[in-house]
Design a protein around this ligand. Sequence first.
Ligand SMILES: Cc1cc2nc3c(=O)[nH]c(=O)nc-3n(C[C@H](O)[C@H](O)[C@H](O)COP(=O)(O)OP(=O)(O)OC[C@H]3O[C@@H](n4cnc5c(N)ncnc54)[C@H](O)[C@@H]3O)c2cc1C
Length: 422
Amino acid sequence: MPDRIAVVGAGISGLSVAHFLKEKKYDVTVYEKESMPGGLIRCLRIDGSLFHTCGGHVFNSKCEDVLNWFWSFFNQKEEFQKAERKSVVSMETGKMIPYPIENHVYLFDHETQKSIIRDMLSISQAGERTFESFEDFLKGRFGDTLYKLYFKPYNEKVWRRNLKQVPLLWLKDKLPMPTVEDVILNNINHIEEKQFVHSSFYYEKNDGSQFIANRLAEGLNIKYNEEIDCLSNVNGQWMLKGEYYDKIVFCGNIKQLPELIKDTDCIENYQQEISNLEYHGTTAVFCEIDKNSFSWIYQPSRKHDSHRIICTGNFAISNNGISVPTERITATIEFTDEISKEDILKNLERIPFHPQYITHQYNRYTYPIQDDNTRNIIKGLKNELAKRNFFFTGRFADWEYYNMDAAIKAAMNTLETIENKA
Ligand SMILES: Cc1cc2nc3c(=O)[nH]c(=O)nc-3n(C[C@H](O)[C@H](O)[C@H](O)COP(=O)(O)OP(=O)(O)OC[C@H]3O[C@@H](n4cnc5c(N)ncnc54)[C@H](O)[C@@H]3O)c2cc1C
């Protein structure tokens, strides 16, 4: 008899790990508290238009085994289209500067250019150094002028805190680390940034990232509308919803673990540290906006609280329902944490591209915040629980800033851990 394994959560992590386990002939059941798969990548149709209820998800990866596995589920040519990322920073002056801003210094007025050149010279003279805080990093890498014009106001909106208090750990592989030489070279040659995972990306012709979730859910045994609120360990087996399992793979939120597996002694040692883990939420506002050619619009302006417009209406024609006029597209406008409908409407009046409100959704957990100790806590707990045949993986299980592809890769690694233990 193959081991019975319960996977908690049908987001991209739960769906991936369930397939990996199924391929290894385990008997897998997935429990999902919502009525559909997807988690953070969930999309809904509103009057025919596609609402990414949390952001606007696009797919790509630099990891060969993730790409091979992912594309084995889809017909890339028929079901997806490839797009080049076209992102801009919408400056206070109304000017649109392509992203990343440091590659487009030549588009600023001469005084600003001179000031940035002076910054670059002093960064170069200072030589290699280590950074104490996020503020320190941004100033030290990009200089005071770009910091004041863009990095500070934009990041203060995203992080809603003094940038001195933003930990540096999450930065690795997330932000470009250009040298002064890179910046000058890119400006002289008008070079676009190609290092980002999403500098080109794939997008579904229909139904956005929900298409991915729906396809990956096919062929799996998923029980929807089943919230797991108790997991008991009985004689070495796990019991949930009256069923016994040999192993659990938890792909929900680690903050739920202490109440979920109360009777497992080792979790007590981690309770305080888990409760201290910090995070942000996002209010995703679905709107109609003026037609434009951009993918993402970053908004440092202090006139309103939103930091980013994701022009999802540009990702696929089918994302705009028939009620959307030809000179308009749909988009998601993002605000960090929760914001009331009244405040959303006031903000929309001050945001460019004449946004018109359709609906919104607040997602409490969207960005995990790591500090220097987070990875140690997670590693310690993983090892302890693995001894009890309890495994976990996912953005909020691992408290990692995973994109979809990194979540798939982490699920692959989880399979390896399970197999090595078997
Ligand atoms: C604003 C934003 C934009 C993003 N854009 C991109 C992008 O463009 N490209 C990209 O690759 N990545 C992007 N990401 C990252 C991407 O969303 C995540 O990597 C991915 O969705 C994480 O999937 P997950 O399965 O780990 O977690 P989740 O999607 O959170 O899934 C967890 C699932 O578990 C379920 N669950 C939780 N607890 C229980 C329980 N007790 N019982 C039953 N079910 C439970 C939840 O309902 C949910 O379905 C973005 C993230 C954000 C926040």
